[in-house]
Each structure stands twice: as structure tokens, then as C-alpha cells.
Design a binder for this molecule. Structure first.
Ligand SMILES: [Zn+2]
Length: 677
């Protein structure tokens, strides 16, 4: 292989007009921005490509003197530069672009993304989504992407079809995923997957433990062993949000990067996405362990996670690349935009216009990105012997003119601050031309767009029907159990000077249990005809040790059919309950009720046996909104209609026995009683 040194010294080549070597392709006459170690620029320059490799580059004259090509592409008024590297994305999620925006991370993830993924993500989805993403990325000058999703074998095949270089990270989580019931299944899949793609020209298969909080130490041990054994990187989200880091420190007393380092996980080649909330000490650990970082400015801003300390990381010697994250949180795969944003954000955060200058930003999108994902031996710069991953950028557009050559740096600022992805004219990956004159040659865009629209229509239908049902939305977030259909209740004002213990000291009544609690109920009401209502209850039970144990529950009730008895009511309705393991704020934002009502009450509950039947007697004092008199409420639930009717008379009888007057009988639920006033 004849190579032209990567410098523009004119004495580096002697003209040899009669011994010109034939190559496949010459990109001729553009400004060649090499991003090599000397950051050489040839202006005007040419790049010679043979097979998959760059064989030479230099001034136009130098390359002309040594090479002639089967195909020469004129690059006058264009920049010839390394293809951009998207260091973190979830390519199939292009099919979820714009599904749900402007939501908090938990609502977005648990309320929208996960339910849709459970329903729709299959091999075809991942294949199509990756083709769609690849088409977008190639048109935008991205030649390599680093992916983390499910069915990664499909992602790999689609990347190959589109002609992109990719690191395909199969997601491993402790939870069941769209392509595995257990993480053991995923680890088995991964071993085959990595083996199958070994030594592939374009694809590296890799493990991608989603994050420390979605992993177990066992998962991370296994993925690290796989990564080390096969010499592939592993991909992981690290310290994306402040909450996640705080919770991790509370649980383990270690910040995430330190925790990973102590377990030897960072000894493998790690590509860490985000690193928004990392301490000074952790940054040094990232540098020491050679961990690469994928900076995703748009995603971090859009989900309000914060801004990663990119300047500090670069100063410490961490290799930081640019990533778009998935389309569901960005909502595009525009690495030009990410690069510009990375530069601007760093300046804004540092309050320094000299922070992250344009040349460094271009490096993040190219050679530093390649280093961050452990591909710099192949990609990231234009150097003889590296793969020909090259883009040609049109600099003759109105928005990039005029040009100055006051310093060597002008070209970088044109690329970062003025150019758009639409300025990408040609794209070459692994020596193959995949975009020529802005036309994508590898993917049938019309076909994949039609298929993508079709999936979107199905997701849309799924969502529209789901939005109409509070129950379906509740099912989607899990943990739900249906409860007894029939509820018998009797309720009335407690008589003046009511003493429950005295009143219950009756020969026919046995007290079997007792508790005291403060209940904070928030009712989410919906302005529709289904009559569903959702109650979020914080039940603060006073223990015998005088402590308070809060229990959080969520109860959904449908519309009730009522039957009235002597002093009692039988309700029949669908009723579902689940532990409320997310915040009230989450449920408010997720269910979007039309109204909210809050009730606080102090409850003394007696479990009693009356005429052989177990019942609960509640003595309730509603403290907010304050009510003048305490209530007695007697309740029982059952699956049996017969049983309900049998209890109805008995419960009414008991209410009278406890001294509540028949005329005081109240049929409504507290939430309605209080609202009616
Ligand atoms: Zn991500």
C-alpha cells in the first residue's frame, strides 16, 4: 500500500506521473479536514480510496501525481471530513418519534414507552426502525452508530443493509424485556450474537446492561465477562438523573461510577451514556479506566436531566463523543445539531465563550467519538489505512457563505456553527458510496416510510383506545388486582358522646382486632361517562410502638349499581387495587384527571364478629375538609351477591344497635358527601 503522509508538506511526495496507481475512488478538490493527530487540513485536497480503505490523502496535486481512479468525485467548494459518529442511540425507537413529549421521565417511560414496547416491539419493529434511523442518519452524515435496544440481531442486519457501521448493544435488564423473560435468556442470546458477528466488516455485537439500577451485580459481572472474553465494548447508561444518583448513594453509600469501579466493571471497555451527574472524583475514575462517554445534550435537556460536565471530563482526559439518544427523547438523529448544542451548552454553563471551541466539537463528533466507543483504529479520522468512512459537505450554500481563511480554525466553525445535516452531499462507509448527490442508495425510503406509517397507525389506535380507559392505563403500569364485586355498607352520624368501646361491648359482638390510622385520600375524577374514579391513599397506620407505617394504595372503582336495604346499601361494581409504588405526582400527570378531591380522616377501625359474620366498623373523623360530627361506617366486601344481600340487613341492624338513628343513614361515599356540601 502506498500512502501519502497525513500532512500538507509539499516535499512529502515526489511527482511520479507515469506510475500512477489505480484506485476505486478519488474525492478531489475539497477542503480535507482529516482530524488526524496533527489535525491536518488539505485545502484544496483529495482523498484516495481503494476497497474499504483510505489509501492516501494530501493536496490535489500530490494525490493526482500518484493515483488515478475508476471514479472521481469533484468536491470543489465542499468539505471532505470523517463520517460522524453517533455514540448513543436506540435506533428502533425512530418508530416512536413524537409519541409522547413534554413529560417527566417516569411518566414518559412507565406511562408511554414501556407499554408500547411491550405491545409492539418485535424483530420486525426493530429491523424497520433501524432502517428508518439509518436512512435519517446517513442523510445527515452519520456513518457509525452505537445502539442499545432489543432484538439487536435485527438492528445489526438492518445496519448492514443500510451500509452503516454499528456497535449493536443488546439490552440486558433484570426486568422482563420485549425479547426475553429473564436476563439469563438475554445472556444466552448475547453469547451467540457476539460470536455470530465476530470479525464482521461493519457490525460489532456487544452487551448493553441498561443501567446499574436496572441490573444486578450478577448481571454486570456476566456482561463484563462477556465483553472482556470477546474483546467488545459494553454499553450502559450512567448517572443520567440526579434522583437516580441520590437513590444509588442512599442504597449503597457509593456514587455509581465508584460503585462500578469497585466491582471491576470499568476494567472492560465501557461506553457510558450521559454521565450528567458525576462528581470530580468520578470524572477522574472515568479517565483512569479509559471509560468512553456519550454526551446527549438534546435528550438531557428535553427530559430536564441537566447538562453533563463535558469540559471537566475532556480536561481530565475522558474521551467524550456526541450521541442523539433515541428518537423518542430527542426527537431526531441529527449529530450536527448535537455537536452545535454541545459546544453552545458548554459555553453557557461555563460562562466562557472559549469553552469547547469548534475544533474540539468537531473532534467530539468524529475522532473523540471513535475513541469513546473504541473504534478509533478504524474510524473517526481520515488517515491512510483507516476505513473510508467519509462525508462530503456542501459549503456553497447561502447559510455557510462567505468563507474566511483568517485562521486554520475557520473551517471548523463553519462546520459547527453554520452547517446543517442537509448540507451533506455524499456519504461513504467502508469504501462504499451510500449517499450520492443527496440520494440514499442503500435503502428504499418510500417503502420503509410507508411501513413506518402503518406501524404508527396501529400504535395510535392502541393509544387512543387506551386513553379512554383508566383501567387500561392502570393495567399498563402493573401490579393490579381485581377485588370483590359486592360491597355492603352502612353509614351514619355517630350519636352524641359516642364511645365505640362501650357501644361495641355487646353480648352479640366480639372485637377481633383494632387499629388507628390517618388516611390521606386523593381522588382523581374523570370527566367522562365511564364513571371511573381512582383513589390514591396514604394510610398511616399507628403501630403499637407508637410509630407510623405508611401504606400507599391505588384503588380504581367503576360505576356502581346500588340496592338499598334497611339502613344499608349494597353496591356492585368493578374494583381494582394496586400498591401505589409511584408518587402521587406521577399518577396525576399520567392519568390527567379532570378534577382532584382530597380528604383526610382519622379512622379507628374495629374488626368484629357479629352473628357469626366478620365485619369492619370504622369510626371516622374527617379532618379535611373539616366535618362537624364523626361517622360510623360498617363495611363488608364479598364476591357473592347472595352473601351481600344476607349481610345487608345485618349491617343495617348493627348500625342502629350502635346508636345511629335511621334518619341519619347516609348512602354516599365520603368523597361525595363532602363535595355535596
Ligand atoms: Zn439512552
Amino acid at each position: 500500500m502506498t500512502s501519502v503522509p497525513g500532512t500538507n508538506r509539499s516535499d512529502s511526495l515526489a511527482p511520479q506521473p507515469h506510475a500512477r496507481q489505480e484506485v476505486d475512488l478519488i474525492l478531489r478538490g475539497g477542503t480535507v479536514v482529516t482530524m488526524d493527530p496533527e489535525l491536518t487540513v488539505h485545502a484544496p485536497g483529495s482523498v484516495a480510496v481503494q476497497g474499504r480503505d483510505i489509501v492516501a490523502l494530501g493536496s490535489v496535486d500530490q494525490v493526482d501525481a500518484l493515483y488515478r481512479a475508476t471514479q472521481t468525485i469533484d468536491c470543489t467548494e465542499h468539505v471532505i471530513m470523517p463520517g460522524l459518529i453517533n455514540t448513543h442511540t436506540h435506533t428502533p425507537m425512530a418508530l416512536l418519534r413524537g409519541l409522547a413529549d413534554d413529560l417527566r421521565l417516569d411518566v414518559w417511560l412507565h406511562g408511554y414507552i414501556l407499554p408500547v414496547e411491550r405491545e409492539f416491539v418485535n424483530p420486525e419493529f426493530c429491523y424497520l426502525g433501524t432502517l428508518l434511523s439509518s436512512a435519517e442518519m446517513l442523510r445527515g452524515g452519520v456513518t457509525t452508530f452505537v445502539d442499545m435496544y432489543y432484538h439487536e440481531e435485527e438492528v445489526a442486519w438492518a445496519a448492514v443493509e443500510a451500509g452503516m457501521r454499528a456497535i449493536c448493544g443488546e439490552t440486558v435488564t433484570k426486568l422482563p424485556s420485549p425479547d426475553a423473560n429473564t436476563y439469563e435468556d438475554t445472556l444466552t442470546y448475547l453469547a451467540d450474537f457476539i460470536d455470530h458477528w465476530k470479525d464482521h466488516e461493519l457490525v460489532i455485537a456487544a452487551p448493553a446492561p441498561h443501567s446499574i439500577y436496572m441490573s444486578t451485580p450478577e448481571i454486570l459481572r456476566e456482561t463484563t465477562a462477556l465483553a472482556v472474553q470477546h474483546n467488545v465494548p459494553q454499553l450502559i447508561h450512567i448517572s443520567e438523573t440526579a434522583d437516580e444518583v441520590e437513590q444509588w448513594i442512599t442504597a449503597t453509600t457509593r456514587p455509581p461510577v465508584r460503585w462500578l469501579e469497585e466491582r471491576g466493571i470499568l476494567e472492560s471497555n465501557i461506553v457510558a451514556a450521559h454521565c450528567v451527574h458525576v462528581s470530580r472524583e468520578e470524572i477522574l475514575l472515568l479517565a483512569d479506566t479509559g471509560t468512553g462517554v456519550a454526551h446527549n445534550p438534546t435528550s438531557n435537556l428535553k427530559l430536564a436531566s441537566g447538562v453533563a460536565p463535558v469540559t471537566a471530563m475532556i480536561d481530565a482526559g475522558v474521551h467524550v463523543g456526541v450521541g442523539t439518544d433515541g428518537c423518542a427523547s430527542n426527537n431526531d438523529l441529527d449529530v450536527f445539531e448535537e455537536t452545535r448544542l454541545a459546544a453552545l451548552l458548554a459555553k453557557g454553563i461555563e460562562r466562557s465563550p472559549v469553552a469547547l471551541p469548534a475544533q474540539q466539537a468537531v473532534a467530539m463528533a468524529t475522532i473523540e467519538g471513535a475513541r469513546a466507543v473504541f473504534l478509533d483504529h478504524l474510524a473517526g479520522s481520515l488517515e491512510p489505512g483507516k476505513r473510508a468512512d467519509i462525508i462530503v459537505l456542501d459549503m456553497s450554500q447561502t447559510h455557510t457563505l462567505p468563507h474566511f481563511e483568517t485562521t486554520d480554525l475557520n473551517v471548523y466553525s463553519r462546520i459547527v456553527y453554520a452547517s446543517h445535516r442537509n448540507d451533506v452531499r455524499d456519504v461513504i462507509v467502508n469504501g462504499a458510496i451510500v449517499v450520492r448527490n443527496r440520494k440514499l442508495l442503500t435503502v428504499d425510503e418510500a417503502k420503509i416510510l410507508e411501513q413506518s406509517r402503518d406501524i404508527a397507525r396501529r400504535i395510535n389506535t392502541f393509544f387512543v383506545s387506551r386513553q379512554e380507559s383508566v383501567l387500561d392505563k392502570l393495567i399498563d403500569i402493573g401490579g393490579l388486582q381485581q377485588q370483590e364485586t359486592f360491597e355492603v355498607q352502612a353509614k351514619g352520624f355517630a350519636p352524641q358522646g359516642f364511645e365505640p368501646e362501650t357501644a361495641l361491648a355487646h353480648p352479640d359482638i366480639t372485637i377481633t382486632g383494632q387499629s388507628t390510622r390517618d388516611q390521606y385520600d386523593t381522588y382523581l375524577l374523570f370527566d367522562d361517562r365511564t364513571g371511573e374514579r381512582l383513589r390514591y391513599r396514604e394510610d398511616n397506620v399507628h403501630t403499637s410502638e407508637g410509630e407510623i407505617e405508611p401504606i400507599y394504595t391505588l384503588t380504581l372503582t367503576g360505576p356502581a349499581k346500588e340496592a338499598e336495604y334497611d339502613n344499608s346499601v349494597v353496591l356492585s361494581r368493578a374494583r381494582f387495587a394496586a400498591p401505589a409504588d409511584r408518587s402521587l405526582r406521577f399518577y396525576r400527570e399520567y392519568f390527567e384527571p379532570s378534577a382532584i378531591r382530597e380528604i383526610t380522616k382519622h379512622r379507628r377501625r374495629y374488626h368484629i364478629r357479629y352473628q357469626g359474620i366478620d365485619l369492619a366498623v370504622n369510626i371516622d373523623r374527617i379532618t379535611s375538609p373539616p366535618q362537624p360530627k364523626p361517622y360510623i361506617e360498617i363495611k363488608s366486601r364479598t364476591w357473592s351477591q347472595q352473601d351481600a344481600y344476607r349481610k345487608a340487613t345485618l349491617i343495617g341492624e348493627l348500625l342502629r344497635l350502635l346508636g345511629s338513628q335511621p334518619e341519619d343513614m347516609l348512602k354516599q361515599e365520603y368523597v361525595d358527601l363532602v363535595a355535596a356540601e
